[in-house]
Design a protein around this ligand. Structure first.
Ligand SMILES: NC(=O)c1ccc[n+]([C@@H]2O[C@H](COP(=O)([O-])OP(=O)(O)OC[C@H]3O[C@@H](n4cnc5c(N)ncnc54)[C@H](O)[C@@H]3O)[C@@H](O)[C@H]2O)c1
Length: 323
């Protein structure tokens, strides 16, 4: 039985908690923490009991746990990861890795120099349409990938630490925009070499951008477009992708996937639904227990951070940025 401590008992910790509850034969949340103690108490109650700490530092230092699940505001990810490594705890960490590229590079070398398992919580990698798209791309059915588009847009109401650049590491792109970034890199099957971006703050009251459009040029000459926003809702759901290849186009999101071979009618399929949080946490346990090969690694996190940092630099300097 793997024992987990959750660092931060806010909104997303409940999505993680649900996954742990579904896997209760293999993993147990034995400790939770939050500086707002009532949040930690509520989470402990929700999962049927756990030791409650008033901050993540005390929990990681003192509790006999095997792994830490980091659900903290962005500016605390780095210190929580470093402390977990020091105490030899495995780590699953919510996005983003850190709030700066230099911190991300430091973390990468610390993780690589340690024996702990590190899994970035790249939730959308684990949803059925992503896995099916990757499988179809790898069969060669759509031929060489030409262009890719990933979208994650919803009208939010940004408050609290998310309004501050120094706590976020930027704006929407490094928060929700992190999902379509790791997704496009995962589907691309090539290395990003250049990034160009436009960003705006249209409606939200926050220091950073609420909308980002990011173009990526890949080494194999394919081109990606990330579209992410907290300013508006999109039709067809808030997260979806499309990949145009030489012979056909794949499109999907959630548990839906479609394929349009050029010159032929499109086909659509509904896949068996599996929650991305359940998928990532089950994978985390499999990597620890069964030494399963991690689907996403610290290198993938670093690559995402490089693209996002280049996108911010591109906006600042009003030009494309070579990676
Ligand atoms: N995968 C997803 O779809 C998804 C969705 C939302 C958020 N997230 C990520 O999850 C993380 C948390 O986001 P959230 O929306 O749950 O934020 P939140 O503000 O709801 O929760 C964060 C919690 O951390 C607590 N905290 C602050 N300092 C602490 C400390 N020293 N020790 C313990 N707890 C402390 C806060 O009091 C708060 O309750 C972020 O990294 C965010 O990007 C991911």
């Amino acid at each position: 039985m793997i024992r987990v401590g959750i660092a931060g008992s806010g909104g997303i910790s409940y999505a993680h908690a649900n996954a742990y509850l579904s896997l209760k034969e293999r993993v147990r949340v034995t400790a939770v923490s939050d500086v707002e103690l009532e949040r930690a108490e509520a989470l402990a109650k929700y999962i049927g009991g756990a030791k409650v700490y008033s901050n993540y530092e005390d929990m990681i230092e003192n509790e006999d746990i095997d792994a830490v699940d980091i659900c903290l505001p962005h500016h605390l990810h780095k210190e929580a990861i470093l402390l977990s490594i020091k105490k030899e705890k495995h780590i699953i960490c919510e996005k983003p890795l850190t709030i700066s590229l230099s911190d991300a590079e430091e973390i990468e070398s610390k993780v690589k120099g340690s024996k702990v398992v590190f899994l970035p919580a790249h939730t959308n990698i684990f949803i059925p349409s992503t896995q099916e798209a990757k499988r179809i791309i790898n069969t060669g059915a759509i031929g060489k990938v030409l262009t890719l588009r990933t979208t994650d847009c919803f009208r939010g109401n940004v408050t609290g630490w998310r309004t501050k650049k120094e706590l976020m590491g930027g704006g929407e792109l490094i928060d929700t925009g992190y999902h379509p970034t790791y997704l496009i890199l995962y589907l691309a099957n090539s290395e990003p070499v250049e990034v160009f971006a436009y960003m705006e703050r249209f409606v939200q009251k926050m220091e950073g951008e609420d909308t980002a459009l990011v173009l990526i040029k890949f080494k194999d000459n394919s081109i990606g477009l990330i579209h992410s926003s907290w300013a508006y809702d999109t039709p067809y759901g808030h997260q979806y992708f499309s990949v145009s290849g030489e012979y056909g186009e794949l499109f999907g999101g959630g548990n839906k996937i479609g394929l349009k071979m050029y010159g032929w009618p499109e086909t659509k399929k509904e896949l068996t639904w599996k929650d991305g949080f359940l998928g990532e946490i089950e994978h985390f346990i499999n990597v620890i227990e069964k030494k399963e090969k991690p689907i996403q690694t610290i290198e993938d996190s670093l690559k995402v951070m490089k693209v996002i940092t280049a996108a911010y630099k591109s906006v600042e300097e009003e030009k494309p940025i070579r990676l």
